[in-house]
Design a protein around this ligand. Structure first.
Ligand code: BAL
Ligand code: ZN
Length: 885
């Protein structure tokens, strides 16, 4: 397989103005007939009259041009394309092909999920349906007729509005859909099934009534209300905040069990993984409810940022994804707690995206090349891409950003745009040049921002020196990297609170909040900023709100961190200071363990934690976040060489120390927090449950019989999944032998209770995947044989294998290599059935450079053995070859 490059982009040779599709659904012989109205692209500079259409796994039946059937001398059929020489300037191409949805385990193109037919076309799945110019800059007006058995498939859906339907012979029926908005093929969708729906309606600002429908299997009808409410809130929010109104008469969501992604924004017909749409208090955790709200919003927002304005090519993926993730994050912040959302996003970015950016698969937000685009639906393109948009928002301010967004939509409506088009609209609206900002799009790697301070008591000046560097990444050496434009939101804390800032510097900056807050715009490798009239050395509060995705380095003392934790008025900085304090305490314990010394835990951490638990004025959700120790994954990410076992032991020691020394406080807080008999997934209730279950975790860590029993009682009496699964997890993941009986009973009762709810069973798989113990790999192997496991269902694979490889580091990295071997076996199986998921599952093995030499060897050996697989997919090939390079 070879790479394709952004620099080689050429406009399409032809355009397809209209697409008429006709499907007769059949499990192994679905007949797809297409009539494409094609003309030569006036902007193409090629003299050739050859038309090359993408196509894969299609049994071609016939090809005609303007009604004249071609024979196989007129065209050339290759494995991935159909070449037709000498086509006219303008013509109708008619193609008939047969495809086999029931055999399509890749879940790209048209496939069967349980008894229903559905599609996934992004990025390049449409070519598995019919021959087409399957690239995002070819926009076509689609009319689609679907024919199927009336009894088995009463519901037949596609994009746009239904324009015709009727009965046919042999108990068949048809529905014709027309989508008036030209769109690229990746936004095409089709569904056929025996589905039920809930319905509602939304009236747009201009007074148009939109029908809203969520289609699910009948058994899931009681789990759709939250998604519907989320959809209506999203529609209103996009009108209020972005001035974007919905454009078709109908908006549909369909829930599908077997789905590679979370959901897909097909025009007017979003197809969702059941895990991102179904929610009910008894079966879904608070995090699940929040995910549904966020994903429904994300897909809905794509109607403008993605569909009305789409991407010119797949190198521009972050144009729609980064912007849309930024939009959905702001929506979630408005719906719930802004600070909590910001902390959660920063946490994900720092633990996972920074790791991606530091590893062999690092790539810029706008990649310059790829072998398989499916491998680029990454945290970098999505989450870092959203941070990049957020920084533009910070630099321009909300008002100019909105004007820039309006300009971008107006100028590019109905077109396929580039990241540069987006940035130039922002530049124009903001009246500023953002060329120095473009490093964020073009360079991979996480910049490091090292900050040093010096205070001069005679001049009463406090100076901060900022040094930025960016490590070498596969596409560029460190010394060749251009500097980044880094917005640093900051303040200074004096003994009586925030200080007024009088900066003296060549850096652009803006002041706010009575001059106690400023945003500096760093653009050079080094800057010095002097603050005047400072009476004593202050504590700098840096990167407030996580103002840029950088690794900040400042030598804070534990007391500085406690000052920030307790006194800064920025929630993110308070949380971050607490995390840094935890990290430094854990690192001290790690050092003692490595030197064979008796570890001791700095009492300043437990004092700070006590102050948090007993403070009734703080948002309980923030207290829970601050009391949650940094994950082993994050601790590994910030280590040069990750010693998994020491990290795990040190973290456990600190956790047990906090549990033991604050047992009374945890117990009192646990008992004093309210229980809500009427479950609601609102910020207040979610906050309370998160703190309560955080306290329960520490209390169970004491292995006190009373608290083990209370956790079991919570498990058995809980009326919502948040409390039930929190209790299950603390018992099942406890390393204490006294918890074993409880854990065994709870796990068995859980399966008995929930075996008919696939998504709940996935939680059951995940908890067991994360359980400690030497027997972990054997347990996973036997769970893979369980009646509820199915390797063809991506949710199951992620729940069991993904949770094991990503969230059970001690067992996955067992020094006997058994964890690595298990993952390699699974990847080899998936390579043959679902290459996208195979490549994704490989992730943990690609990080081999992080570990000791023995583990490195074992991990590389597994990667090499996968590489030898006969019929290696492009997806897996790309990940393996880059990670071994
Ligand atoms: N476009 C793929 C799924 C999503 O990001 O919405
Ligand atoms: Zn998206």
């Amino acid at each position: 397989p070879s790479a394709i490059y952004l620099k080689d982009y050429q406009v399409p040779s032809h355009l397809i103005d209209k697409t008429h599709l006709h499907f007769i659904l059949h499990p192994t012989k679905t007949r797809v007939s297409s009539d494409l109205t094609i003309r030569k692209n006036p902007d193409a500079d090629t003299k050739s009259n050859e038309l090359i259409l993408h196509g894969q796994d299609i049994d071609l039946q016939s090809v005609s041009i303007d009604g004249r059937q071609l024979d196989d001398r007129d065209y050339q059929l290759e494995a991935e394309c159909l070449r037709i020489a000498n086509v006219p300037e303008q013509f109708v191409l008619s193609v008939v092909g047969l495809i086999a949805p029931a055999d399509n385990t890749s879940l790209e193109g048209l496939y069967k999920s349980q008894s229903m037919y559905c599609t996934q076309c992004e990025a390049e799945g449409f070519r598995k349906i019919t021959y087409f110019l399957d690239r995002p800059d070819v926009l076509s007006e689609f009319t689609t007729t679907v024919v199927a058995d009336k009894t088995e498939f009463p519901v037949l859906l596609s994009n746009g509005n239904p324009i015709k339907s009727g009965s046919l012979d042999d108990n068949m029926h048809f529905v014709t859909w027309h989508d008036p908005f030209p769109k690229p093929a990746y936004l095409f969708a089709l569904v056929g099934g025996d589905l039920e729906c809930i319905q509602d309606s939304f009236t747009t600002t201009s007074g148009r009534a939109i029908d809203l429908k969520i289609y699910v299997e009948e058994k899931d009808l009681d789990k759709c209300d939250h998604a519907m409410a989320s959809l209506k809130s999203s529609m209103r929010w996009d009108e209020d905040v972005y001035g974007r109104e919905y454009d078709l008469d109908i908006f549909m969501i369909v829930a599908v069990d077997d789905f590679n992604m979370g959901a897909m924004e097909n025009k007017g017909l979003n197809i969702f993984n059941t895990s991102c749409v179904l929610a009910k208090a008894e079966t879904t955790t608070d995090a699940g409810f929040q995910r549904v709200e966020a994903v429904v919003a994300h897909e809905y927002f794509h109607n403008w940022s993605g569909n009305r304005v789409t991407c010119r090519d797949w190198f521009q993926l972050s144009l729609k994804e980064g912007f849309t993730v930024f939009r959905d994050a702001e929506f979630s912040a408005d719906m719930g707690s802004r600070t909590v959302k910001r902390v959660e996003d920063a946490k994900l970015l720092r633990a996972m995206q920074f790791a991606e950016d530091a590893g062999p698969l690092a790539h810029p937000v706008q990649p310059a090349s790829f072998i398989e685009i499916s491998n680029f639906y990454t945290l970098t393109v999505y989450e870092k891409g959203a941070e990049v948009v957020r920084m533009i928002h910070t630099l321009l301010g909300a008002e100019a950003f909105r004007q820039g967004s309006d300009l971008y939509f107006e100028r590019n409506d109905g077109k396929a745009a580039t990241i540069e088009d987006f940035v130039s609209s922002m530049e124009e609206a903001g009246g500023r040049d953002l060329s120095k900002f473009m490093s964020w799009y073009h360079q991979a790697g996480t910049p490091k921002l090292a900050v040093t301070a010096d205070y001069n008591s005679s001049s009463r000046e406090y100076a901060l020196t900022f040094n930025q560097t960016c490590p070498t990444t596969p596409e560029c050496d460190s010394e060749d990297k251009k500097p980044y434009l880094i917005p640093v939101a900051m303040g200074l804390l004096g003994s009586n609170g925030p200080l007024s800032l009088v900066p003296e510097t060549d850096v652009d900056f803006s002041l706010s909040k009575n001059d106690t807050h400023c945003v500096l715009e760093l653009t050079q490798p080094q800057h010095r900023v002097v603050f005047k009239d400072i009476n004593a050395p202050p504590v700098p509060s840096l990167m407030r709100g996580f103002s840029a995705p950088v690794r900040l380095q400042f030598d804070y003392s534990p007391d500085d961190l406690i000052t920030l934790m307790t006194q800064d008025d920025d929630g993110f900085t308070r949380w971050d200071a607490c995390q840094q304090l935890c990290v430094s305490v854990i690192h001290e314990v790690e050092a003692s363990l490595q030197q064979g010394k008796e570890p001791s835990v700095d009492s300043r951490l437990s004092d700070a934690a006590r102050a948090l638990i007993t403070n009734q004025n703080l948002d309980p959700a923030m207290v829970a976040l601050m009391l949650t120790l940094p994950s082993e994954g994050y601790l590994a990410e910030i280590a040069t060489t990750a010693n998994i076992d020491t990290i795990h032991s040190a973290r456990e020691i600190v956790r047990n120390h906090l549990a033991a020394s604050l047992k009374t406080e945890f117990a009192e807080r646990f008992d004093s927090l309210p229980y809500f008999p009427e479950y609601e997934a609102n910020a207040v209730q979610i906050a309370v449950r998160s703190l309560k279950n955080c306290c329960l975790g520490y209390l169970v860590a004491t292995a006190d019989a009373v608290w083990l029993e209370r956790a079991m009682t919570q498990y058995r009496t809980a009326t919502n999944m948040t409390d039930q699964s929190a209790a299950l997890s603390v018992l099942a993941l406890s390393p204490d032998s006294k918890a074993v009986d409880y854990s065994v009973s709870a796990l068995s009762e859980f399966y008995q209770q929930w075996q008919s709810e696939a998504l709940v069973v996935n939680q059951w798989f995940s908890v067991q995947a994360m359980q400690p113990g030497e027997e972990a790999v054997d347990r996973i192997r036997s769970l893979m044989q369980h009646e509820a496991f199915n390797i063809n269902n991506p949710n199951k694979v992620r729940a069991l294998i993904g949770a094991f490889a990503n969230n059970n580091p001690v067992c996955f990295h067992n020094s006997d290599g058994s964890g690595y071997r298990l993952l390699a076996e699974v990847v080899k199986k998936l390579n043959a059935t679902n290459p996208q998921i195979a490549a994704r599952m490989l992730g943990p093995l690609t990080k081999w450079r992080k570990y000791d030499s023995k583990r490195q060897e074992l991990m590389q050996a597994e990667l090499n053995s996968i590489k030898q697989t006969v019929g290696l997919s492009k997806d897996v090939f790309e990940v393996i070859s880059k990670s071994l390079a």
